[in-house]
Design a protein around this ligand. Structure first.
Ligand code: PRX
Length: 638
């Protein structure tokens, strides 16, 4: 890249070959966003063309009204003629001695069709919800696409989530069928996924469980309820007619943390999501037929859905998925994978980048990263040090870095400078995608000036892939996204600031979401989990900065009854209710939590007590004496 002041620009060579290489794309798109998106949508195959591009009935809206489509038809039938025997998917298992699995577009097409027929045979119909609790193996993609083929709605649950977290999600979707596996590898250990699934489906409507044999570990198998994937697939026809879906029919539900402990099911639809998935991947990752793409996200997150499944497949790209941890069995496993497959575009989270950097130079020895041409970052703010390390050590100052901002709710990337245009600035996510109208508002809803922090909002006509609702919870949809600045302004819950070039930097969340290693959790959800412990009377969770993970939770508890090993108990409780991603860094027993006179816990003060920052105004507290006592406890334990 070329550096000019504090900005970076792509080289002439990169620019020349890029899909988007002239700022005129912004001018054109922003003149008429609806026309821009309609033109992009025109690249897909629609069974029936839409009558109206956009319809707004605040806080609800529709895109491509009356259009009929199927995303799998656009992945397969639209691509097969050109790419029948091109590799679609490379699966890298965790054990080094195990062989990878490679599926071409045609092979994947047949597997998807066969499994679509299996689902039909099991009684799944258009509009039914299907739970998917699978690790990173090809079957997770096959299962999702098979649902989409027949118009069933998939709801993928992260395989490291606890049985309890699975249960809550299954109860909300009322899925009657769950697809899981016997187990999977994680850091050299077998994770007994089927055991977890058995516990998770209790008290749900799940009556049929399809089990992929990944490991061959011993599992309970209940006749009449449990079915082996491979047995069901035997002798299935290799074609299943794609369901004709309305543009506004639901494609999938993906849960994200809610503040009360109950997760919110983000609803994504067939038409708009397909358009966004196709085009964001193409323009942001600049995919060509020769590219090998690897996104390290798990399928349980939206990044997995869009960029380890739908987007590369719609674009006919070859991509890698990996079962294991990026630093297992050696710290450079991720670099080995880049070498092994000649990855050209690599997409990961700042937490991973900071972890790689911490391992030190040693792990980079023997890796030249010559095949890489573009890097991406996602999920949390990337600090300047991590950006520079990524740019220098992995990208060798050659590769542009697309720092992509988006959310589970947005379905696709919405802010990042395009790699063939730029400019890029470390720690700044960049410029909104063409045709996308972002503003940074002050408290009164007025756009802020450059350099002034405010709330990041998205203005009409929004984007085709923005969520259409919170599953079965219209109140939550309205209060979370459409209340802060009225029903016509989508509130992202992020604070942001613009520089004089229009580049946006994300400052952090304005709500109680914390990002632990890029994973989204709310302090409320952690508190609800911990409060289930019978000896705990109440607790407060705060996110504190962490050098590698960005943020980690710290817990303050008030006890009803003494607990011998408090930290162990709280950790076990979080493991049981949520899973290993949310483990607290520290647990403090306190007599009282600082509260306002109306009884609200002042988490801001607790966080500052931990970090040692100035406490600020304490006059609104009902119990200021609690602060001194907590200060002492924190000091003693540090
Ligand atoms: O706070 C922003 C942060 O992650 C939130 C969305 O989290 P989630 O729904 O889990 O989706 C993550 C993957 C798309 C945002 O509200 N975030 C996401 N990307 C970035 C980011 N913060 C800073 N820079 C980013 N590139």
């Amino acid at each position: 890249m070329i550096k000019k002041g504090n900005l970076y620009y792509p080289t002439k060579e990169f620019k020349k070959q890029a899909w988007a290489n002239s700022p005129s794309v912004y001018k054109e798109a922003n003149k008429n966003p609806k026309r821009f998106w309609a033109d992009l949508a025109g690249e897909l195959v629609w069974f029936k063309k839409w009558k109206k591009v956009f319809e707004h009935n605040p806080p609800y809206f529709k895109w491509f009204v009356g259009g009929k489509i199927n995303i799998t038809y656009n992945i397969f039938e639209r691509n097969l003629e050109q790419r029948k025997n091109k590799v679609a998917l490379i699966w890298e298992p965790e054990p080094l001695e195990e062989r990878p699995r490679i599926l071409t577009y045609y092979q994947l097409y047949k597997e998807v069709n066969k499994f679509a027929n299996v689902l039909k045979k099991l009684g799944v119909k258009k509009g039914d919800r299907v739970g998917i609790y699978l690790p990173m193996i090809p079957e997770v993609i096959i299962a999702m696409l098979a649902c989409a083929r027949i118009g069933a709605i998939h709801s993928v649950v992260f395989s490291a989530f606890s049985p309890q977290a699975l249960k809550v999600r299954l109860q909300d979707t009322e899925a009657k069928i769950l697809i899981t596996a016997d187990g999977y590898w994680r850091r050299g250990k077998v994770i007994p996924l089927k055991n977890n699934a058995d516990k998770g489906i209790k008290d749900t409507k799940v009556r049929k469980v399809v089990v992929v044999r990944r490991i061959g570990n011993k599992i309970d198998f209940k006749k009449g309820r449990d079915f082996w994937w491979h047995e069901l697939m035997e002798n299935q026809p290799e074609y299943c007619r794609p369901a004709v879906m309305d543009a506004e029919d639901t494609l999938f539900i993906l849960y994200t943390s809610g503040s009360t402990g109950k997760p919110k099911g983000c609803v994504h639809v067939c038409g708009g999501y397909t358009v966004q998935a196709l085009w964001t991947g193409k323009l942001i990752f600049d995919w060509k037929d020769t590219d090998i793409f690897w996104s390290t996200s798990d399928m349980g997150w939206v990044t997995g859905h869009t960029y380890s499944c739908y987007s590369p497949l719609l674009n006919g790209v070859t991509f890698v998925i990996f079962e294991g941890a990026p630093d297992w069995p050696s710290a450079d496993r991720w670099a080995q994978i880049i070498d092994k497959y000649g990855v050209t575009v690599f997409y990961t989270a700042p937490t991973a980048i900071r972890m790689f950097a911490k391992y030190g130079r040693e792990i980079l020895k023997g890796h030249k990263f010559e095949t890489l041409r573009l890097l991406g970052s996602v999920g949390e703010p990337i600090d300047e040090a991590a950006w520079q390390w990524y740019f220098r050590e992995i990208g060798k100052k050659r590769c542009p870095i697309v720092d992509t901002w988006w959310q589970t709710e947005t379905g696709g990337i919405l802010i990042t400078s395009l790699p063939g245009i730029g400019p890029f600035r470390p720690a700044y996510t960049g410029i909104p995608f063409p045709g996308t109208r972002f503003e940074i508002f002050d408290e009164k809803g007025k756009p802020t000036k450059a350099g002034q922090e405010g709330a990041l909002v998205l203005l009409p006509p929004f984007v085709p892939s923005l969520l259409r609702g919170v599953y079965k919870n219209p109140k939550k949809y309205l209060s979370t996204y459409w209340s802060e600045y009225g029903k016509k302004v989508y509130f992202t819950s992020d604070a942001a600031v613009k520089d004089k070039n229009g580049l946006i930097r994300i400052v952090g969340r304005l709500d109680d979401v914390i990002k632990i290693a890029g994973h989204r959790l709310t302090t409320g959800e952690l508190e609800a989990a911990i409060n289930l412990c019978p000896s705990i009377s109440e607790c407060a969770v705060v996110g504190v900065p962490d050098k590698i993970k960005g943020e980690v939770p710290v817990v303050f508890v008030v006890l009803k009854k003494k607990i011998p090993d408090l930290k162990k108990t709280v950790v076990a409780q979080v493991l049981k209710e949520i899973g290993p991603i949310a483990l607290p860094k520290e647990v403090y027993q306190v007599e009282d939590l600082p509260k306002t006179r109306s009884g609200k816990i002042m988490r801001r003060i607790l966080r500052r007590l931990f970090t040692g920052e100035k406490l600020g105004d304490l006059s609104t507290l009902a119990n200021p004496e609690s602060v001194k006592k907590i200060k002492k406890i924190v000091k003693k334990m540090k």
